[in-house]
Design a protein around this ligand. Sequence first.
Ligand SMILES: Cc1cc2nc3c(=O)[nH]c(=O)nc-3n(C[C@H](O)[C@H](O)[C@H](O)COP(=O)(O)OP(=O)(O)OC[C@H]3O[C@@H](n4cnc5c(N)ncnc54)[C@H](O)[C@@H]3O)c2cc1C
Ligand code: FES
Length: 281
Amino acid sequence: MVNPYIPYPVRIDEIKTETEDKSLKTFKFVFLNPEDEEKFAYRAGQFAELSIPGLGEIPIGIASSPVEKGFVKFTIFKTGKVTSYLHSMKEGDIMGIRGPLGNWYPWDLLEGKNVVIIGGGFAFTTLRSSIIYMLDPENRKKFKDIHVIYGARSPGMLLYKEELEQWAARDDLNMHITVDGTDDPEWKHHTGFVPTITEQEAPAGTEDTYAIVCGPPVMIKFTQPVLDKLGYTDDRIIMSLENRMKCGIGMCGRCNIGKEFVCKDGPVFTLRQLNQTPKEY
Ligand SMILES: Cc1cc2nc3c(=O)[nH]c(=O)nc-3n(C[C@H](O)[C@H](O)[C@H](O)COP(=O)(O)OP(=O)(O)OC[C@H]3O[C@@H](n4cnc5c(N)ncnc54)[C@H](O)[C@@H]3O)c2cc1C
Ligand code: FES
């Protein structure tokens, strides 16, 4: 039997600094054993434990998409022990990845529907995975209208800047990029908080329309009433939680909300499911 605690060895193939304050870097990893890439088959919305021997493991959402082959990507905010160490690592260094873990966005349910992606700050990682997945030529026809509303504090704090511009230029995706504020006279997208832009740009919440919302708690708090006003019922609002975790496989009890383990039953839940759990998330 495969030991679920043993990570796959990976090499850091590329490191890209994403934001002007250098707090966010995207790491592209290549599996040392090519067969491990097949074993790591994942869906958009899942996460993995990034493992540094002797230091620890951290749960991080998978930023690459299942349709991107030959590598996996994660975008990491430098905050404490493990993330700071990761930010000091170099291309060519070896470490471990354990996963894929958790559930994913409900792709079977979303097929044939309008999908509205709403993201803020660095919670945009698994949303990048989802957008690339939906825009893949094989998949785009499976979805109706796609809207993406994504905001950051300033233009320099946006993730995946080149891809954002490519998506904004497409006619099969309604891209709404926003920043809290900027003095850049060249800025050609929105200015304003994500909930405000959602109110202005998101389509009405019909039976055929689902919203996926990922962002800092304050963004979620003010976006929920907007979606409510637009007619989105709580079973059509999908969220991903980032609770503290340890094992990532439902064994240690570190991450539970009520009887749900966020690592195993989540991290993706509908607002309806969350409304039925104690307010511990
Ligand atoms: C499912 C999931 C997906 C995630 N995806 C991403 C991602 O794509 N990119 C990313 O940068 N981070 C992500 N996180 C958060 C990430 O796991 C934490 O930032 C990381 O564990 C901190 O590790 P550390 O050793 O550097 O910090 P520590 O030394 O453990 O702590 C430093 C600081 O980080 C805070 N912290 C620790 N764990 C968490 C946590 N789980 N959530 C929020 N704050 C925490 C602590 O309160 C403390 O202030 C995700 C978390 C989960 C559960
Ligand atoms: S992290 Fe161990 S049970 Fe969820």
